[in-house]
Design a protein around this ligand. Structure first.
Ligand SMILES: Cc1cc2nc3c(=O)[nH]c(=O)nc-3n(C[C@H](O)[C@H](O)[C@H](O)COP(=O)(O)O)c2cc1C
Length: 352
């Protein structure tokens, strides 16, 4: 109901202004912030965390840790906040977010605008002390400042800083909008980089460490990355970030914008990588599947490809927060239809 009234209005204004307004309303607005009771077939324990359902909020929506309480109240099973960088930064020049309503895609070239780790940490601690959903699962997604020349330093800083506070950490090396960032995915850079972060994490805490990768990888690159991830001893992967590809179905004026594309066009690309990683790691490494999740079927496809959990962002822009409950209810039905009593039984069933 709220979605039917607010979404058309929000879509009349500039995408980033609409987002900023949404964040303010979610932070200070009066919502019923208590989520529904978990349904047994959707609950799972992954990396020692008890997930009430598998549908999470993807990184980038809440860059400054301002809306965890409200988003968990919309029945997300977990939320990933950030990307946060050590120092505040402006990001790229505006406009830098573009919608294509017809095909329900988004292109963004934000470049990690955020208010920095001090502000983020204050908000996060307030939530843990006073949010109605203070026990909800929150992952912290970390990145590096644009002006930082040392590839490792900011990640070490943030893993150390948030290691003890987060439920899980995601190391984001796959944004296409920070120059050179994706080079960290090259296996010769990746293995020493990840090994170092695992050492830093181990010295501090046992918090699960995830790494988020891009969808624009060929099979050889993806296999080499999966090997690095195993060797380094990270706990899981997030697949995937936005793509640089532009499918022909997109209108030319939209497709010509620089940045990362998100939405339905990512479904097959990310599902393909999910099943490749699932096979390469023998199904032992938890995968958070993200990219074009906009329905229960799309979420279920990711789970059957090998994802233990899924996340979404673009579907929230086009369908509003009711999409979360819709997907969870649909998943309950799909599991029942396939004769599974718990979602964990469906993971990887389509990974051939
Ligand atoms: C406007 C926007 C900003 C984003 N910012 C980030 C970010 O800061 N960090 C990150 O890891 N991913 C970021 N993402 C990528 C999403 O987390 C997700 O990986 C991607 O959008 C694919 O999912 P979707 O198709 O459900 O949107 C952003 C996506 C969008 C649309």
């Amino acid at each position: 109901m709220i979605d039917k009234i607010t979404l058309p209005l929000l879509h009349l204004i500039d995408p980033e202004k609409a987002h900023d307004l949404t964040i303010k309303v979610l932070r200070y607005g009066l919502f019923t912030r208590l989520h529904d009771k978990p349904v047994r077939s959707l609950t799972q324990s992954i990396c020692g965390l008890q997930f009430p359902n598998p549908v999470g909020l993807a990184a980038g929506f809440d860059k400054n840790a301002e809306t965890m309480d409200a988003m968990l109240g919309f029945n997300f099973g977990f939320v990933e906040i950030g990307t946060v960088t050590p120092l505040p930064q402006e990001g790229n020049e505006k406009p830098r977010v573009f919608r294509d309503k017809g095909s329900k895609h988004v292109i963004n070239r934000m470049g990690f605008p955020n208010l920095g780790a001090d502000y983020f940490e204050g908000n996060y601690q307030d939530f843990r002390q006073s949010g109605e959903n203070f026990n909800g699962i929150v992952g912290i997604n970390v990145g590096k400042n644009k002006d930082q020349d040392d590839d490792l330093a900011d990640y070490v800083d943030l893993v150390h800083r948030f290691g003890k506070q987060a439920d899980y950490l995601t190391v984001n090396i796959s944004s296409p909008n920070t120059p050179g960032l994706r080079d960290l995915q090259n296996p010769e850079n990746l293995l020493p980089f990840l090994k170092q972060l695992v050492i830093v994490r181990n010295a501090r805490c046992k918090t699960p460490l995830f790494v988020k990768f891009a969808p624009d990888l060929d099979d050889d690159q993806a296999i080499a990355i999966a090997q690095c991830v195993k060797k380094a001893g990270v706990d899981g992967v997030v697949l995937t970030n936005t793509t640089l590809e532009r499918p022909s179905i997109l209108p030319k004026s939209f497709a010509s914008q620089t940045g990362g594309l998100s939405g339905p066009a990512l479904q097959n690309k990310s599902n393909y990588l999910i099943s490749l990683f699932y096979k390469e790691t023998g199904g032992k490494l938890p995968i958070i599947g993200v990219g074009g999740v906009n329905s229960a079927t799309a979420a279920y496809d990711k789970i059957k490809a090998g994802a233990s959990l899924v996340q979404l962002y673009t579907a929230l822009i086009y369908q509003g927060p009711s999409v979360v409950k819709k997907i969870n209810n649909g998943l309950i039905e799909l599991l029942e239809k396939d004769g599974y009593s718990n979602i964990s039984q469906a993971i990887g069933k389509d990974a051939k």
